[in-house]
Structure formats: C-alpha cells, structure tokens
Design a protein around this ligand. Sequence first.
Ligand SMILES: NC(=O)c1ccc[n+]([C@@H]2O[C@H](COP(=O)([O-])OP(=O)(O)OC[C@H]3O[C@@H](n4cnc5c(N)ncnc54)[C@H](OP(=O)(O)O)[C@@H]3O)[C@@H](O)[C@H]2O)c1
Length: 297
Amino acid sequence: MKQRTLAGRQVSAIGLGAMPMSMNNDKKYPSFEDAVATVHAALDAGVTLIDTADIYAPDGEEMGHNERIVAEALRTWDGDASSIFVATKGGIVLEQDGSKGRNGSPEYLRAAAEKSLAILGVDQIDLYQYHRPDRTRVYADIMKGLGALREEGLVRAVGISNASVEEIQIAIDVLGEGNLASVQNEFSPKHPGSIDELRFCATHGIAFLPWSPLGGTGGGATRVGDRYSAFREVGEAHGVSPQQAVLAWELALDPHVIPIPGARRAASITDSAQAANLELSEDEVLRLSESVGIFDD
Ligand SMILES: NC(=O)c1ccc[n+]([C@@H]2O[C@H](COP(=O)([O-])OP(=O)(O)OC[C@H]3O[C@@H](n4cnc5c(N)ncnc54)[C@H](OP(=O)(O)O)[C@@H]3O)[C@@H](O)[C@H]2O)c1
C-alpha cells in the first residue's frame, strides 16, 4: 500500500478509524471478537495506522473500550505488531450522568495519557492527540501541557483535533515548528469546510487526518454515492465503490492527507484500504472538488 509520513514515520496512506466498533450513531456494536477480527482484516490489508481514543466506548461503559480492542488485536495479530502506528486521544471526559465534558488541564491530560499507556500496553504512545478544545482554558496553556507529555517521553509525538487555523498556529508557536505532528478535523464531501485547515497543514508540513472522511456512521458513509453523484460516477468509471473514490480524492488533495475511515465490518476497511492505490486524473480531482464547492486558491 502507498505510504505517507506521520510523525516522521511511514504509515499506510489509509488508516483505520476504530471508533465505530465502540461508538457510532446506529448504536450497533460488533462483539469484542468480531471487532478484533476487523482490526486484523485492516492489518492484513496493509493498514499500519490505527486511530482510537480513550473516550470511544458504548454508552454507559467505561472509557478505554476501543483502546482495549486495539490492544487485543495487536497482541493476537500474527504479523509484526511493532510496525503498527497507534494514535490515540485524550481531553474529553465522561461525566457521571453519561454526558461528555472537556478537560485540558495538564494534570488531567497526564493522567489520561497514563491510562491509555496502560490499556494499550506500551511504554510510549506513538501519537497523542488533544481531542477537543476545552474552551474554559487558554489554548496555549493546554498545548504546554501536551508538549510536556512529549518532552517527558510518555508520548512520542503530539497532535491536535477539532482545531481552527488559529489554534493550529498557537500549537505550532507553543510546541515549536516541526513538533506538531498532526491535525485531525472532520473533512468529507459532506463536510468540506476544513479545507482551510487542510491547506494550512500542507504549507506547514503537518499531517492532516480527515475524520469521518466518508460522512460518518448512521448512513452518511454508506450513502455517500447517492448523495454525491460525482463520487459515484468517478467510482463507476474506475470500477470501484464511491467510498474508494472519496478516499482517493482526499488523498489527491495533498500528500499530507491521511484519511482514517471507520469500520465495524472487515469488508468495509478492506475496500477502503484499496483507495490508497487508486489514481484519479487531475480532471477527476478538480471535478470532485468543485462538486463539493472546493476551488483552487
Ligand atoms: N477527532 C474527532 O473528534 C473524531 C470524531 C469522529 C470520528 N473520528 C475518527 O474518524 C474515524 C472515522 O470516522 P467515522 O467512523 O465517524 O466515519 P466514516 O469513516 O466517514 O464512516 C464510517 C462508516 O463507513 C462505513 N464504511 C467504511 N468504509 C466503507 C466502504 N469502503 N464501503 C462502505 N461503507 C464503508 C463503515 O461501515 P461498517 O461500520 O458497516 O463497517 C463505517 O460505519 C473514526 O473511527 C475515529 O477514529 C474522530
């Protein structure tokens, strides 16, 4: 599979978003064994990047559910698990009543990272992403706490998620140019609005990981070809699914883009992984971009 650079390492151009196996809009979850099998299918297909988070858990269940699936899948995979890059996140808290809050304090982030280390069963987290801005705090202060985790070696690289261009700039200023490994924002035909952050990352050499790259669970991803006919038509022209056309388009936007499509079923990630090798023509990329309102600068 084609490779891209993330935190100085080579990873598959298509990653696996593990979230739907523990949290999704349909509220339908695979068994633990089936979830592990889906991760194995991804790894067997050449996927070497897995995205998870401490908060990914079915309602009412304890945090770390999804990280446990990932850890078990890596432990039981018959390939070389040390070659797999695991990105996790912290900063969202599960309140007693089941609602979600945010905490960007250095103490909280340290404790959350330590829990993720224990659940993942590693000495160092490959990439620790600050999940969502805690608006009660100054972003620069949160970034200092995040940077400390890297300086002390708990995490090898740091990234941010759901960040504006201004917040990305603050992260660069605080962490130092070259020390912000990635930005993970929602980006898809349904949500092309983060093109500004994508382009900003590209100019700064920062990996951009589109989340819900197909339009999300609950029908968005499954029906992407019905809702966005240009993607269906380009997929048909290449004899592939509209989902592959979407992912190949995202990859074609910039070499720093690494989509992380979610999957519960092995068949979904096996199909999505093939998008890494789907070459679209310049005309196709332009047509797809324009169909969702993205035009050249
Ligand atoms: N940072 C954040 O705030 C944030 C927020 C949301 C998500 N994320 C990350 O982004 C990842 C992806 O987002 P997402 O899962 O919400 O949305 P998504 O990737 O747009 O859609 C996931 C759904 O697409 C289906 N699918 C995947 N590949 C397919 C294919 N080739 N053909 C047909 N259907 C396919 C899957 O179906 P099946 O389930 O049936 O396999 C899955 O339910 C998550 O796993 C998570 O890691 C991050």
